[in-house]
Design a protein around this ligand. Structure first.
Ligand SMILES: [Zn+2]
Length: 271
C-alpha cells in the first residue's frame, strides 16, 4: 500500500538484450508487444491479457525468473539502498521478497519484466494471497508502480461493537472514491491474514497500561485521543502511513466506542 517509483531498469532493454541470445530472436516482437500492452493498461489484471506464448516459448519465459531472480538488478528491487519502512504491498514489517503482480504461471512473458516485479514481504508472496491476482470485477490489488494515489492513507481497522470479544477487520477509508474503495477493500481483505490479526491483538491488550503510563490515572477521552493521534503520527513516520500500526491507530481514533473502552480499561487497571 505504497506508491513506488519504477525500478531503475524498467523498460524494453532487458527484452531486447535477452533476444540477442541464440534461439530467442523469434520471440522478440510478440514479447515487446506484450510489454507495451502491460504499460498501456498499467498492469491492470482486467485489461492486460496473456500474450499467448505456449509450449517451449512459455517455458523459457517462465524460467527466466528462476535464473535471474537473485541477480543484482532484481535484488535491488527486493532490497533497495534505502530500505522500505514496511512491506509496500501489505504494510507488515516482514522480510523482503518479490511478488509477480500478474502471476508468471498465467503471464510467463512478464516473469522478469521489471514493471511486474513488486517488492513485498514473504507473507504477501505466499499463503493468504495464493494464486489470486484479482477479485470479482473490478476488484484488483493496488499496483505500487501505477497507483499514485496509494501514497495517501487508504485503510483502517474496523472494530465490532462488542470490544470485550474483540472482533475486527481491515477496511478501506470511507471517504475514498468508490472505485478506489473497491480496490483497497479487496487488497486489504485479501492480504491481511492471520499474522495481521495476531498483530492487532498484540497491540490492543497492553494499550491501556501504556496509555496510563503516559497520561496518569483517569484520563479523559480527549486526552486518550490526543495521545493516540501522536502515536499515529509516530507510526506513519517510522513505518509508513499504511503500515499495520498506522491502520490500527486510525481505526481506534475513528471509533468513539474504542476510545470509551480504552478509558474504561485504563480506569479499571489495578493502581
Ligand atoms: Zn506484505
Amino acid at each position: 500500500m505504497k506508491f513506488l517509483p519504477f525500478p531503475a531498469d524498467a523498460g524494453d532493454a532487458i527484452i531486447v538484450k535477452q533476444c540477442r541470445k541464440p534461439g530467442w530472436a523469434a520471440r522478440e516482437a510478440q514479447w515487446l508487444a506484450a510489454a507495451a500492452n502491460y504499460r498501456r493498461f498499467r498492469g491492470n489484471p482486467w485489461r492486460v491479457r496473456p500474450a499467448g506464448f505456449t509450449g517451449a516459448d512459455a517455458e523459457a519465459l517462465f524460467a527466466l525468473y528462476d535464473t535471474r531472480g537473485a541477480s543484482g538488478p532484481i535484488n535491488r528491487i527486493r532490497r533497495p539502498a534505502v530500505p522500505f519502512k514496511s512491506c509496500p504491498m501489505c504494510g507488515s514489517l516482514g522480510g523482503r521478497s518479490l511478488d509477480h503482480a500478474l502471476p508468471r504461471q498465467r503471464f510467463p512473458e512478464f516473469s522478469i519484466l521489471r514493471e511486474n516485479l513488486v517488492p513485498a514481504c514473504e507473507s504477501c508472496n505466499s499463503g493468504e494471497k495464493g494464486t489470486t491476482y484479482r477479485g470479482t470485477w473490478p476488484a484488483r490489488f493496488i499496483h505500487p508502480y501505477y497507483d499514485r494515489w496509494a501514497s495517501r492513507a487508504l485503510w483502517r481497522v474496523e472494530f465490532d461493537p462488542d470490544l470485550d470479544v474483540l472482533q475486527f477487520g481491515p477496511a478501506a477509508l470511507p471517504h475514498l472514491p468508490r472505485g478506489r474503495r473497491r480496490i483497497v477493500d479487496f487488497h486489504v481483505k485479501t492480504l491481511l491474514g492471520k499474522d495481521w490479526r495476531d498483530s492487532v491483538r498484540r497491540e490492543w491488550s497492553p494499550l491501556p497500561a501504556k496509555l496510563r503510563r503516559r497520561l496518569g490515572p483517569n484520563p479523559t477521552a480527549e486526552e486518550v485521543r490526543t495521545e493516540l493521534e501522536i502515536r499515529l503520527q509516530d507510526a506513519a513516520d517510522t513505518y509508513g502511513i499504511n503500515s499495520w500500526d498506522a491502520g490500527f491507530l486510525r481505526g481506534a481514533l475513528a471509533d468513539p466506542l474504542v476510545i470509551e473502552k480504552l478509558v474504561e480499561r485504563i480506569n479499571s487497571l489495578p493502581a
